[in-house]
Design a binder for this molecule. Structure first.
Ligand code: PEP
Ligand code: MN
Length: 347
């Protein structure tokens, strides 16, 4: 259940509520919004009805909302106001300006990353993407540059005023990746790695949570709930396509998820049209569509020379194709009341 405090509720009144929650052997989660404080109650009570009545009678309490959903704190009922995730360099997910992450699938070399960062910043991206730890289907495929890749990402992003989004694959690497990234990416294959979700949440860094390869929307929201409960409230959901029966595309990009999630959760939602389609020619049209249906941003694979890419070359845009996409996105973003990040000046 969720206890909504009155806008005039005092700290002592909030404390009285959390004290009763603790006395009932339940856990409380206090979320302070700009308008009001909401207390989430976590755990199972055998006498829910009595407890509901008790909370409703307490001073400072506006209403008590029983939430039957298994995700509570990330749900719309848990918090009305949309969450805006803010990164240190001013990038926002959920604000008027879209978050646009661009870069290669894998970090391959310093030259590759610096060339990409310079170009995508000039085209108007505000985050640099790139995997240093890669989740590869085959154990013999390129596994990523590891720590060296993280340092390259950080250096290139700082040189071009970009934020860093990169995947953390293993619970043992959370601290290391968190030291270099502005937002920790949890990949599709790890969406239900509950230990990793907890550890990433405990790192108290923003988290980009990709949809699992065959995850329902509800499973995805429950995965986000794990991160939220563990301590990070700055969670961005990323629709990246789900497995379908049709091999023409790598995945089936579920754009319905964007407006649907809007009604279910206060968390921002972005779209990955690269993994969502697996086909370079489909990346631009699906990017335009994603922004049109209200996505808060995009994460796009871009490579200076996709033919030589160590992973995901066929779905990677070239640098000029990314620049062209950004120009085409501009009027679509404006049509839905959003704007693209400012383009960096050539340096
Ligand atoms: C990626 O973004 O590089 C990636 C591996 O994505 P996903 O987890 O969506 O497959
Ligand atoms: Mn990839």
């Amino acid at each position: 259940m969720i206890i909504v405090m009155q806008s005039t509720a005092t700290e002592a009144e909030v404390e009285a509520v959390t004290a009763l929650i603790a006395a009932s052997r339940l856990t409380s989660h206090v979320s302070r919004g700009s308008e009001r404080t909401i207390v989430g109650v976590i755990g199972i009570s055998h006498d829910k009805e009595t407890l509901l009545g008790q909370f409703a009678e307490m001073s400072g309490v506006e209403s008590v909302v029983p939430i039957s959903k298994s995700y509570k704190l990330v749900s719309r009922e848990g918090r009305d106001e949309p969450t805006i995730v803010r990164l240190p360099n001013g990038v926002t997910f959920g604000g008027e300006t879209l978050a646009i992450a661009a870069g290669p699938c894998s970090v391959e070399s310093r030259e590759q990353i610096f060339a990409t960062a310079a170009s995508v910043a000039r085209s108007g991206a505000n985050l640099l993407r790139g995997g240093a730890f890669k989740p590869r289907t085959s154990p013999y495929a390129f596994q990523g540059m590891g720590l060296e890749g993280l340092t390259i990402m950080r250096d290139a992003a700082d040189a071009h005023g970009l934020a860093v989004v990169t995947e953390v694959l293993d619970v043992r690497d959370v601290e290391t990746v968190a030291a270099y990234a502005d937002i920790l990416q949890i990949g599709a294959r790890n969406m239900q790695n509950f230990g990793l979700l907890r550890e990433a949440g405990a790192a108290r860094k923003p988290v980009l949570l990709k949809r699992g390869i065959a995850a329902t929307i509800e499973e995805w929201l429950m995965a986000a709930e794990y991160v939220y409960v563990a301590g990070s409230h700055d969670i961005v959901l990323c629709e990246r396509g789900i497995r379908s029966y049709d091999p023409m595309t790598r995945n089936l990009l579920d754009l319905t998820a964007v407006p649907l999630l809007r009604s279910l959760t206060h968390l921002p939602v972005i779209v990955d049209p690269s993994h969502g389609t697996g086909v370079r020619a489909l990346v631009a049209p699906m990017s335009l569509a994603a922004v049109a249906v209200g996505a808060d941003g995009l994460i796009v694979e871009v490579h200076p020379n996709p033919a030589t890419a160590k992973s995901d070359g066929p779905q990677s845009l070239t640098l000029p194709l990314f620049a062209e996409l950004m120009d085409r996105l501009d009027p679509v973003a404006r049509a839905v009341g959003r704007r693209l990040p400012a383009k960096a000046f050539a340096v």
